[in-house]
Design a protein. Structure first.
Length: 275
């Protein structure tokens, strides 16, 4: 009996200590939140569902080509999820795209919601970005979207606005994904969004006015499984399997000096098709 009493006493003490630590941390974050590293602010914003204004400004960065001269071509890069503990969403493919003679738009998802959440946190990200992008893209003839991982998912979600798409290891099905971090991350998504996600992606791919290239790490079991949910009957969909296991497929291609030729080839195909 005394052993059992001792056990529960220790357990109660540990729980009490954790509660006190949580309250202290909560109070510190509340009163000194802006003093925390931006990466920690970003993660707390995701977990507790609130805005961090400095990070919100990263959602949309537009860079016109050559002193605002009117262009008919634009490349849109969707950034990934910044899964490291203290990292923030950053513009991706900046150096890779820098020599393309076109306007460029870099998008980020501060809420790391696979672009389903909007700035007001109403889970209306699709309509929000469709409208904002639609207003911008009406003046362009050539529109290419690119993205990796979470960003690749975003690029596919808005590929219906594009004339070309190049993505790497996107998430096609949340419900059947076995990865703990994906299951935890997608648990924040409303159930109806998760249920409709696969069909929505295949639908937007079918509406792309050009080719959709999906690059997959063939030796990564999780990424390979995800690619099986793509509708291979779509004529404009091209799935390219790479004999590697790297999750960061663009990074690996870049080390092999293959990333820039791959993206530029897709870009040239888009331009030549229009001409």
């Amino acid at each position: 009996m005394s052993v059992l009493f001792t056990f529960f006493s220790i357990l109660f003490g540990v729980i009490s200590l954790l509660v006190v630590l949580f309250l202290v941390l909560s109070l510190y974050c509340y009163f000194r939140f802006e003093t925390l590293p931006l990466g920690i602010q970003s993660k707390l914003g995701v977990i507790f569902h609130f805005k961090v204004e400095k990070i919100e400004k990263m959602r949309w960065k537009f860079y016109p080509y050559k002193n605002n001269e009117k262009q008919d071509t634009i490349v849109i890069s969707f950034s990934g999820g910044a899964i490291q503990l203290a990292s923030i969403p950053r513009a991706e493919f900046v150096k890779t795209l820098k020599d393309l003679p076109c306007d460029q738009l870099f998008l980020a998802d501060p809420d790391q919601s696979w672009y389903y959440n909007d700035p007001e946190r109403n889970w209306d990200g699709i309509n929000h970005l469709q409208e904002r992008l639609g207003n911008l893209l009406k003046d362009y003839s050539n529109i290419m979207v690119v993205g990796n991982c979470l960003g690749g998912t975003g690029a596919l979600l808005f590929s219906n606005l594009a004339t070309q798409a190049v993505v790497f290891n996107p998430f096609i099905n949340f419900i059947n994904d076995k990865r703990l971090k994906v299951r935890y991350g997608s648990s924040r998504l409303p159930k109806d969004i998760k249920k409709k996600h696969t069909n929505l992606l295949n639908d937007t791919i079918s509406q792309c006015r050009g080719d959709v290239y999906v690059h997959v790490s063939e030796l990564n079991e999780d990424d390979l499984d995800q690619s099986k949910y793509l509708d291979t009957s779509l004529e404009n969909l091209h799935i390219i399997y790479h004999p590697w296991s790297q999750k960061n497929l663009p990074g690996h291609l870049k080390k092999r000096d293959e990333l820039i030729p791959l993206i530029y080839e897709a870009y040239d195909k888009m331009i030549n098709r229009k001409n």
